[in-house]
Design a binder for this molecule. Sequence first.
Ligand code: DO4
Ligand code: MG
Length: 285
Amino acid sequence: MQLGKVRYKDGAVGVVLVERNSVFRVDTTRDPALRTLADLLHAPDPIGAANRIVDTTATSERLSDQTFLAPVDHQEVWAAGVTYKRSKVAREEESKGAAQFYDKVYTADRPELFLKATPARVVHPGEPVRIRADAKWSVPEPELALVISPAGKIVGFTVGNDMSSRDIEGENPLYLPQAKIYKGSCSVGPLVTPIAAMPPLAGVEIKLVIARGGKTAFEGATTLAQMARTVESLAEWLFRENEFPNGALLLTGTGIVPPDEFTLAHGDDVSISIAGIGTLRNPVA
Ligand code: DO4
Ligand code: MG
C-alpha cells in the first residue's frame, strides 16, 4: 500500500491510496486531524488511518490516469552526502584540492547534511528538472528519500533526485550550495511507501536510466546495502539540535555516479526506480 498526492482533472489537489495499481481517493474532509498527505503519514498508523477515510463510494481509478504531485506539504527537503563509496571516490576525483575532506566525511561519525529545497522549490514528477546555465558538468543523483515525522521518526520512503553541478562543486567545496541548490534542482515522488509496507532495506535496488534521443545514454544500479550509514542514524543526526514542526524529507546520498565524461543535456529523460517504491521520471530542461 502506498500514498500519494494528485492533481484531479478539475485542478483540485487530493490524497490517494494506491493498492496494486488501483487508486482510491482519500476523503480528507472526514477527519480534521487528517487533512493532508503529511497528516496521514505522521499519524501513528498511516495505513490504518488512510483505510479509515478512503472514499469507498467511488470506484477505483487507474494509476496511469493520475497526475502525481511531489508528496510534500510543508516539509523542508534535506540531503545527506558521501554516504556511498562511489560518491566519495567520484568527489575525490572531481575536486583534487579538497579530496581529503570527502574521505574525512565518509569515515566520520558526523554525516554531511545540507538543506536541499523548500517545499515550493520541489519539482513534481514528470515536470522538468534543470541544469544550471553556468555549469558544464551536471548529473542527476538518484537517492532514497526518507519521510520523517515532526517527532523524528521515519514514517515512509520515496524517490529523490539531487541534481548536481559537478564542475561547480569540484572547483571549490564552498560552492556546494550553488552546485546543489538552484531552481529545478530537486524532485521527489511520486508515491510514498509507508515504513510498514517497505521491503527489507538492505536488498532494495536503486536504478538510474538516462535516455537521450530515445536511446539509453547511461544506466546504473546500486543497492541500499552499499550505503555506509543507516537511515536511522541519518534521521537522528538531522534532528539533533534542530526542529522540524512540519516534518522533513531527507535524501540519503547517491551510490550511482555516471563516468566523468558524462554530462546531462537538455532533452534528456531521467528515470530513477527504487524497489518497493516506484519510478520518478523527469525530463531535463
Ligand atoms: O559532498 C557533496 C555532496 C554529496 C552528495 O550529494 C551525495 O553523495 O549524494
Ligand atoms: Mg546527493
